[in-house]
Write a protein that binds this ligand. Structure first.
Ligand code: GDP
Ligand code: IMO
Ligand code: MG
Length: 426
């Protein structure tokens, strides 16, 4: 297999974890390149379900190397919990199978407190994991990195430098109880000790692997429309979620990437606040939520559900130069009489086929829909593309034709084997 980047094309939760787990079979090394434990990637293997927030979804495979790249923000306590939970389930997580970038930034207790407190005034509906405030400190050059966390003196110095300012901000501006510096120092020193064996310059590890002809897989979190620059700003996450970030967040250059695979749910979901043009606040929306099990893997919040949105997809495909799609959760649509797809937005007289810079400026948006016939059959047991119901194949072809790219993978259930490869494209 070539070197492949996997990104979400909608507002997250498209089924990236399942596809990464699937493609790890054909690769040697998997890198997570942005986000943090705001992500929740679900893998179903046999009757076991594993939800990963930080560790790449390749970790269930033996003899593959999984890396957390420099673009990720890490909550060390959550990461250790995740390592321990995987070990308890019998999976191997060792310095031979798992590495963390020395340059990745650490999510500190004050980041989580700030995230929680702010979300009541500037309502984004964040996951409350401290992601935004941690990236803020990174850009402000006051962040604590993994290389600092594993060095007691540097950790102390960095915490000393930032402490008074954070304390002041928490108590005076956000009006919440402050922090205990000594407690934080002791706790984070200990976390650093536990994580030290995994911390390395992972850019060098990736480069070496590539020079040895190994196949690389890059795992994105969130989705194109949650991207900090190109998403539905300000209702976005605080990192770049698009394919270009695979380079920055892994420490490689663009010439190393061969293929970008965009994961696309057969309908749309969104968690948290922000514009969602095709949202269904009716029985059909509830049906999608119930049949698709659309509850957040990280926070358990009910996901907002709606029809497929070609405007949002076109946008993601362009900004990430997506080569092929993986269409997931097609089985959830079985039993619908007809299926609607938004092809454009209408604002006044203007027809928009491309995502505007500020969707919030178009509160009275209308939608241009196509309506396709549905299919009755349960499709989760089907493994051959030709055996899918005619209307199901027509739905896939419609998406391919309208977006101008092919589907390399069709997913018909959460399990590894509930997958159809229409044709070998890479
Ligand atoms: P991610 O964040 O993109 O990795 O996606 P999540 O794991 O948050 O959400 C996707 C959910 O759909 C998970 O519960 C998966 O187990 C499940 N899933 C993935 N593919 C399929 C599919 O083809 N059909 C069904 N029914 N469920 C799927
Ligand atoms: P995966 O990788 C879906 C959403 C939050 C909120 C916004 C900002 O599982 O697809 P943040 O905590 O990042 O500052 O929240 O982004 N969000 C996600 N929605 N899937 C995710 O990840 C998400 N990660 C963040 O709900 O609206
Ligand atoms: Mg998810």
């Amino acid at each position: 297999m070539a070197n492949v980047v996997i990104v979400g094309t909608q507002w997250g939760d498209e089924g990236k974890g399942k596809v990464v787990d699937l493609l790890t079979e054909r690769s040697d090394l998997v890198v997570r390149f942005q986000g943090g434990n705001n992500a929740g990637h679900t893998l179903v293997v046999g009757d076991k379900k594993v939800i990963l927030h930080l560790i790449p979804s390749g970790i269930l495979h033996k003899e593959k190397l999984c890396i957390i790249g420099s673009g990720v923000v890490i909550d060390p306590e959550i990461l250790l919990d995740e390592i321990n939970a995987l070990r308890q389930k019998g999976y191997v997580v060792s310095p031979e199978s798992f590495a963390i970038s020395d340059r990745a930034h650490v999510i500190m207790p004050y980041h989580k407190m700030i995230d929680h407190a702010r979300d009541t005034t500037q309502r984004i509906g964040t996951t409350g994991r401290g992601i935004g405030p941690a990236y803020e400190d990174k850009a402000r050059r006051t962040g604590i990195r993994m290389i600092d966390l594993i060095n007691e003196d540097m950790l102390k110095k960095k915490i000393e430098n930032i402490f008074d300012e954070k304390q002041e901000y928490l108590s005076t501006i956000l009006k919440i109880k402050g922090l205990d510096k000594e407690e934080m120092l002791v706790k984070f020193k200990d976390l650093g000790k536990h994580l030290k064996p995994y911390v390395r310059d992972t850019s060098i590890v990736i480069d070496k692997a590539s020079k040895q002809g190994k196949n690389l897989l890059f795992e994105g979190a969130q989705g194109g429309n949650l991207d900090m620059d190109y998403g539905t700003y300000p209702y976005v996450t605080s990192s770049n979620t698009i394919a270009g970030q695979a380079c920055v967040g892994s420490g490689i250059g663009p010439t190393m990437i061969d293929i970008v695979l965009g994961i696309c749910k057969a309908y749309t979901t969104r968690v948290g606040e922000g514009p969602f043009p095709t949202e269904l606040n009716d029985e059909t929306g509830e049906r999608l939520r119930a049949f698709g099990g659309e509850y957040g893997s990280t926070t358990g919040r009910p996901r907002r559900c709606g029809w497929l949105d070609l405007v949002a997809l076109r946008h993601s495909i362009r900004i990430s130069s997506i080569s092929y799609l993986a269409i997931t959760k097609l089985d959830v649509l079985s039993g619908l009489k007809t299926i609607k797809v938004a092809t454009a937005y209408k604002s006044g007289e203007a027809i928009m086929e491309d995502m505007p810079a500020d969707l919030c400026m178009h509160p009275n948006l209308e939608l241009v829909f196509d309506e396709l016939p549905g299919w009755e059959e349960n499709i989760s047991d089907i493994r051959q593309y030709d055996e899918l119901p005619e209307n199901c194949k027509a739905y896939i072809s419609y998406i391919e034709k309208n977006l101008g790219i092919d589907a390399a993978i069709v997913s018909v259930g959460p399990k590894r084997e509930e997958t159809i490869i229409p044709k070998e494209l890479f």
